[in-house]
Design a protein around this ligand. Structure first.
Ligand code: DX5
Ligand code: ZN
Length: 223
């Protein structure tokens, strides 16, 4: 049974104190750190890249879940691997050769994730892509910015995947909070990305614990 994995998105943190913010989340029970890489082309925003990931690497042993919102995902695989990325999640919309890219990522020593935007059908990842990938990310907002409203209408895609692939890691990203976690957990997601609702919480430990409990409870129905 896939277990709950909570991945705070550092996009919502105080970047002037990235190390302290990242370790604060790990101390509060985070399993992974979600690092949003944006290039200003695939999405209308620019964030960070390999140099920042490399600086953060010695500060924590946490698994680095790199969400690559970039127009040329094959270009950055080796750089992110060298910087210490553990999961390289590219957007299916950004490549014509997802299978070759998954092999490239594996060859570089990372896990491969494949992300799907709200307007993209889940059908494009069913079959070979979902079978080769280590994780599928179903976006629950348009990629590019934190703090947006959760798109409930994306959850049927999660359900389709969970029914076909009971053991797959399925991640959701965007607008996850205490009032939206039930929808994602019931839909079958087990990897929860959250920025605003964790970095802005007075007690992030409590929020992380609730997310975990809800996901682990919901996963029992798929055994
Ligand atoms: C959006 C990013 C998300 C973002 C989520 O493009 O992929 O990871 O940080 O932020 P919240 O949780 O605030 O919606
Ligand atoms: Zn993200």
């Amino acid at each position: 049974m896939p277990k709950a994995i909570i991945a705070p998105s550092v996009l919502a943190c105080d970047f002037a104190n990235l190390q302290a913010e990242a370790t604060r989340m790990v101390k509060n029970g985070a399993d992974w750190l979600h690092l949003d890489v944006m290039d200003g082309h695939f999405v209308p925003n620019i964030t960070m890249g390999a140099p920042i990931i490399k600086c953060l690497r010695p500060c924590t042993e946490a698994f680095f879940d790199c969400h690559m919102m970039v127009a040329e995902p094959s270009r950055w695989v080796e750089d992110i691997a060298k910087a210490g990325g553990n999961m390289y999640t590219f957007h299916i919309e950004a490549t014509k050769e997802p299978v070759a890219l998954i092999h490239q990522i594996h060859k570089a020593g990372m896990k491969a994730g494949v992300a799907v935007k709200p307007g993209t059908s889940v059908d494009v990842v069913l079959g070979e892509v979902a079978e080769l990938a280590d994780m599928i990310l179903i976006m629950t907002v348009e990629p590019g910015f934190g703090g947006q409203k959760y798109k409930e209408e994306c959850i049927p895609k999660v359900l389709t995947l969970r029914q076909k692939y009971p053991h797959l890691d399925i991640e959701v990203d965007g607008g996850l909070a205490l009032d939206t976690i039930d929808s994602s957990a019931q839909g079958g997601a087990n990897v929860i990305v959250a920025g605003t609702s964790l970095f802005g919480a007075p007690n992030p430990h409590e929020v992380i614990s609730i997310f975990k409990e809800k996901v682990n409870e919901a996963q029992k129905q798929w055994i």
